[in-house]
Write a protein that binds this ligand. Structure first.
Ligand code: C2E
Ligand code: CA
Ligand code: CA
Length: 776
């Protein structure tokens, strides 16, 4: 809750609060202690007063007893009483009374009737008689006698001659005067009370007896809290049963003293509070100033301003240390930011821009300079090179290449041409952007760059020569495409250079559209592979067994009619599927449909062997073999009915793995065929070590076989060599009877081609087959 207040206010409140708390608790504790103490004091005073009073009464009693005894023993007095000589009695009483200053002398007959009296005051006879009636006669002690409003301490003694003949009463008045005397002695006001009624008192007349009695009956629980001026207590008066004394101690002085004490405490507290406020202001200023400095500092850091100013002024040491840690932190953040920025923008291997940063630079530049040329270049067969010399050596080459490019470009920026950026955008894909489209300049630029990069590279004492492919895309104000698109054009140009085996290739108009078309085809193919009612289907092309003249083998070929109803070239979409990582899915689709079809034919009594085309990725895929076996096992199809066709190039990739998997499949009865044989680089000697059953001579040697002598030689010798290696030989692309005849002559095992039949749908194939069987 405190947190919403400022620091200064908090400290001030805290110190003031603490002081107030101390003062209040001190005061409260004083209050109770002092009240207690004062009450004890008063009670002691009361005890003392009671003692004095009793002492006084006892002294007077003794005097009364003596006087009375002397009187009672006075013979003349006895005679006078016996003879009822009133005059003598009166004078004797008076004499004796005066001797001890008695205030009351009386003589009573045996029944208690007043015979005679002498008193310092005039008393009504009736009052005296009433008073006497309440007096116990046979008591040797002094007693109190109330007559009207006067109280007397009296002693009653029998007058014996020798029988009791009368009673004599001698007393001292216990009234205002004696009370005042007593008050002087005990320093307390004193009142005589009979049944809650005050008979005599030393209290000033301003206090009404009713008020006094009320206060006496309900004494305050704490004398300091009471508003009354007096504290009273009732004490017994001698042995009297009806009378008592009320002692009253004045509280005025105590109240006064106490109030003075409280005022001085409060005054001191106030004084201390003022000092505390002043001190806490000072203290909080001392603290809040550094805090404000730190607050401003963190706000600065928050805004990204990491340059931390020097600290000035005299500040506490802890704070200076804290401030210094902040400075260090700022510097560290700055370094880290730089590092993060570097990592976000750079290719970490070469230190060149990464693709993202290149995009950004291109976007920034093309907003003011509309002319730019992008030169993309790749290393020929870098993957193979990497495999041969090892990844770390490959990395060294890339670094060296980046270094040369960067240093060749360095001086360029100083001239008329600006380098927008140099980036590595992929494993061996580099990109240079410059802000000119001058053909002459670009030609010179390329020549120099090439000569710089073509120099041999040395890694671990091995000399390596690189071949590079360059792709160029140019942009001016008429071409409004974004940076991403620009980079794509340049890399398309490199891809084309690689495909076409030319060193430098410019982007050509329309390649974009072709690219987009391919992208859309990939998308469509994806859904086609997932669709229930797929637009994909299989065709089957018969293979003629030359020895028997019968058709016992087929090749399964995939077909696709796209959304627009166009036939899509399988070579095109199979190639795209390979690049887009869809080929494995596609081959599974093919395997499933072909195996189903074979089973269907088996059940109808047609037992064909069918070839399925695979790609390198298929056979290398972890679950391919499992999938093939499961699919075949689930249908009534024998592995012997299935031939797997792979091209020479597919067989060369990851050779050991491919060979071991094919061996396994071969051992289960599957047949392996080398497709498009003759156009790849592999030799027959290499094929010897591969688990192969069949060679398919590429159709480029067969299509013109009947007319081309060279093809005839090649085909003839290939058939011969194939047989020597124990392989069956298939010729595909047989379009004429003449070619077929030649193949028959060469003892080629199978012929496949339009001459026999184009690839047909499953139903059409059966129709064709039935027809073929009947006509031959
Ligand atoms: P391929 O495996 O070499 O298939 C043989 C190709 O030669 C087929 O072309 C076939 O129609 C064609 N052909 C057969 N006889 C003749 C002829 O007498 N004259 C001419 N000019 N051509 C003939 P298609 O069906 O267009 O297939 C092209 C390529 O697409 C195939 O070449 C194969 O590489 C690929 N392909 C086709 N279907 C599949 C498939 O299911 N899976 C895979 N991975 N690739 C396939
Ligand atoms: Ca084939
Ligand atoms: Ca082929």
């Amino acid at each position: 809750m405190l947190t919403k207040y400022r620091f200064k206010t908090q400290i001030t409140w805290l110190s003031t609060g603490l002081i107030l708390l101390t003062v209040l608790s001190l005061t409260a504790s004083y209050w109770f202690r002092i009240a207690d103490y004062a009450e004890q004091q008063i009670k002691q005073q009361f005890n003392f007063a009671e003692n004095v009073l009793n002492q006084n009464l006892i002294t007077q009693e003794k005097m009364l007893i003596t006087a009375a005894s002397v009187l009672a023993a006075d013979f003349g007095f006895k005679q006078a009483v016996a003879s009822q000589d009133k005059n003598t009695i009166d004078s004797v009483l008076l004499n004796h009374g005066e001797r001890i200053n008695a205030d009351l002398m009386m003589l009573l007959d045996l029944t208690g009737n007043l015979i005679t009296t002498s008193a310092s005051k005039t008393l009504s006879l009736q009052a005296v008689t009433e008073g006497i009636q309440s007096l116990p006669f046979r008591n040797v002690h002094a007693q109190f006698l109330r007559i009207d409003n006067e109280v007397y301490q009296v002693i009653v003694l029998p007058v014996k001659a020798p029988r009791v003949i009368a009673y004599t009463v001698i007393g001292f008045e216990f009234g205002q005067t004696s009370l005042v005397e007593l008050k002087d002695m005990i320093s307390l006001d004193i009142s005589i009370v009979q049944r809650e009624k005050i008979l005599a008192t030393t209290m000033k007349s301003q206090y009404s007896p009713e008020q006094i009695m009320q206060e006496a009956i309900a004494p305050p629980s704490n004398i300091l809290l009471s508003s009354a001026d007096y504290y009273h207590q009732v004490r017994p008066l001698g042995n009297s049963k009806t009378l008592s004394v009320l002692l009253s101690a004045s509280l005025v002085r105590i109240h006064h003293d106490f109030n003075q004490l409280i005022s001085s405490i409060l005054f001191i507290a106030l004084f201390v509070i003022v000092i505390a406020i002043a001190l806490s202001r000072l203290l909080s200023n001392g603290l809040s100033k550094p805090l404000n400095i730190l607050m401003n500092l963190t706000q600065r850091v928050g805004r990204g301003d990491l340059v931390i100013p020097k600290l000035s002024g005299d500040l506490p040491r802890e704070f200076t240390e804290l401030y210094q840690s902040f400075s260090v932190m700022g510097a560290e953040i700055e370094n880290r930011e730089k590092a993060i920025k570097y990592q976000a923008e750079r290719d970490l291997l070469t230190g060149l821009y990464n693709r993202q940063k290149m995009l950004q630079s291109l976007e920034e530049t093309t907003t003011y300079s509309k002319q730019s040329t992008l030169v993309a270049f790749n290393i020929k067969d870098f993957k193979t090179l990497n495999d041969t010399i090892g990844i770390s050596n490959g990395d060294k080459i890339l670094q060296e290449l980046a270094h040369r490019t960067f240093h060749y470009l360095g001086p360029l920026s100083a001239g008329d041409v600006n380098v927008i950026g140099v980036a590595r955008t992929g494993a061996d894909e580099f990109l240079v952007a410059i802000d000119t489209i001058s053909t002459d300049y670009i030609a010179k630029f390329l020549t120099h760059l090439q000569s710089e990069l073509d120099r041999p590279y040395w890694v671990s004492d091995i000399k390596i020569n690189l071949s590079l492919y360059f792709g160029i895309a140019q942009f001016d104000e008429h071409i409004s495409i974004d940076a991403e698109h620009m980079i794509r054009r340049a890399s398309m140009a490199v891809s084309a250079a690689i495909n076409e085996q030319v060193t430098v290739r410019y982007y050509q108009q329309g390649e974009d559209e072709a690219y987009m078309y391919k992208l859309s085809l990939i998308d469509e193919l994806k859904s086609a592979l997932e669709a229930e009612d797929s637009p994909l289907f299989m065709n089957y092309q018969p293979k003629l067994n030359m020895a028997t003249g019968r058709v016992d083998k087929l090749e399964a070929l995939i077909r696709w009619i796209n959304k627009e109803g166009d036939f899509v070239n399988p070579e095109l979409f199979v190639g795209l599927a390979e690049k887009a990582g869809l080929i494995v899915t596609l081959t599974r689709w093919v395997i499933l449909h072909v195996v189903k079809q074979i089973e269907h034919w088996n059940l109808q009594g047609y037992t064909f062997k069918v070839s399925i085309n695979l790609s390198a990725q298929d056979i290398q895929h972890d679950t391919f073999v499992e999938y093939l076996l499961d699919t075949v096992a689930a249908k009534q199809v024998e592995p012997q009915q299935i031939t797997l066709e792979l091209t020479e190039r597919d067989l060369a990739e990851n050779e050991n793995l491919v060979a071991s998997r094919l061996s396994y499949l071969k051992s289960l009865g599957f047949q392996i065929s080398v497709d498009d044989y003759g156009i790849g680089q592999s030799s027959l000697a290499k094929l010897k070590h591969l688990p192969v059953d069949e060679l398919k001579i590429d159709k480029c040697f067969i299509l013109n076989l009947d007319k081309n002598k060279q093809d005839q030689d090649i085909v003839m010798s290939t058939v011969l060599l194939g047989h020597r290696l124990g392989l069956q030989v298939v010729a595909e692309g047989v379009e004429t009877a003449e070619s077929l005849a030649l193949l028959d002559e060469y003892k080629c095992d199978y012929a496949q081609g339009y001459y026999l039949s184009k690839p047909l749908s499953a139903e059409k194939l059966i129709e064709w087959y039935e027809c073929y069987e009947t006509t031959t």
